[in-house]
Design a protein around this ligand. Structure first.
Ligand code: A2H
Length: 260
């Protein structure tokens, strides 16, 4: 990580109430448009989203914007968003964090179903123990084809029944969830994170040293020599396509720019 501001893309993932498990929709969400906002540095990978990560013990605020839409993000992100006029364009509201209509733990968000831009299917909220509440929004979109942390987090839940039981994850939420090929990376193939986790011997989501090595190598190779297999810039190199896809998402309103 360098010095100076980090420029993220905030992906607007919308709760689909009719697909949420019975009795799990928080009361504050009833009758509202609710967005979980995920901060990513890789907007061009949104075609490969399979689920969303939250920290089960994390505290998330539910903040209304000027249009009445509810945004679910960490309090730290809400403060930054207020200073970036993301809740209201009104000058008087600049820097003012709207009063949250509710505070929820990550655990209360588990299992909710979301419609996320560019994702081929609706995706569920799942727990990842390495999510930081001090970075981005505390909500992380999961692309297991190209992010080693996402792949290992998903495999941990799928392979470890005691972990699912401990965290309150229904078997049905992870059954059949598989990485989607979206980028061809020379040396790694079409599921770079899967190959890299194997090559670097990543054992669990807490295997920090191996995960960081895998992440760095996948990122370098994917960014500089990968090509997109899907989407509006299919066939184009990742480095060239990335700013174009980000700009498309900002223009069509499915994402906003966010810095911290
Ligand atoms: B990236 P940096 Cl496909 N806690 O998005 C843990 N991780 C977080 C986070 C948080 N609070 N907020 C964001 N992130 C992740 C996609 C992706 C990402 C791919 C490949 C690599 C990659 C899909 N997940 O990041 O520490 C998000 O995952 C590799 C760096 O601020 C975000 O981008 O530099 C990235 O970490 C931001 O990491």
């Amino acid at each position: 990580e360098g010095i100076g501001p980090q420029e993220y893309t905030l992906i607007k993932m919308e709760v689909v109430p009719e697909e949420c498990p019975a009795g799990r929709l928080p009361a504050a969400f009833e009758g509202k448009r609710v967005i979980l906002a995920a901060a990513t540095l890789r907007a061009e990978t949104m075609y490969g989203q399979t689920n969303v990560w939250v920290l089960p013990t994390g505290q998330y605020g539910v903040y209304p914007d000027a249009a009445g839409t509810l945004w679910v993000v960490s309090p730290h992100a809400a403060a930054n968003m207020a200073h970036q006029a993301l809740f209201s364009a009104d000058e008087a509201a600049f820097g003012v964090v709207p009063d949250p209509v509710a505070t929820l733990t990550g655990e209360q968000l588990l299992g909710l179903s979301l419609r996320s831009p560019r994702a081929p299917r609706t995706i569920r909220v799942l727990p990842l123990l390495t999510v930081s509440m001090a970075k981005g929004t505390g909500v992380v979109t999961s692309v297991p084809s190209d992010a080693p942390d996402d792949y290992r987090g998903l495999r941990d839940l799928q392979e470890k029944q005691p972990l699912r039981a401990k965290l309150g994850v229904d078997d049905a939420w992870v059954e059949g969830v598989t990485p989607i090929p979206i980028i061809h990376t020379p040396g790694y193939g079409d599921l770079a994170a899967v190959a890299a986790c194997d090559q670097f011997g990543v054992k669990s989501q807490n295997d920090r040293v191996a995960l960081d090595a895998a992440k760095e190598d996948v990122y370098k190779k994917g960014f500089y020599s990968g090509t997109l297999l899907v989407g509006t810039h299919e066939g184009m190199g990742v480095e060239a396509a990335k700013p174009l896809i980000r700009a498309e998402m900002l223009a069509d309103g499915t994402a906003v720019s966010y810095a911290e």
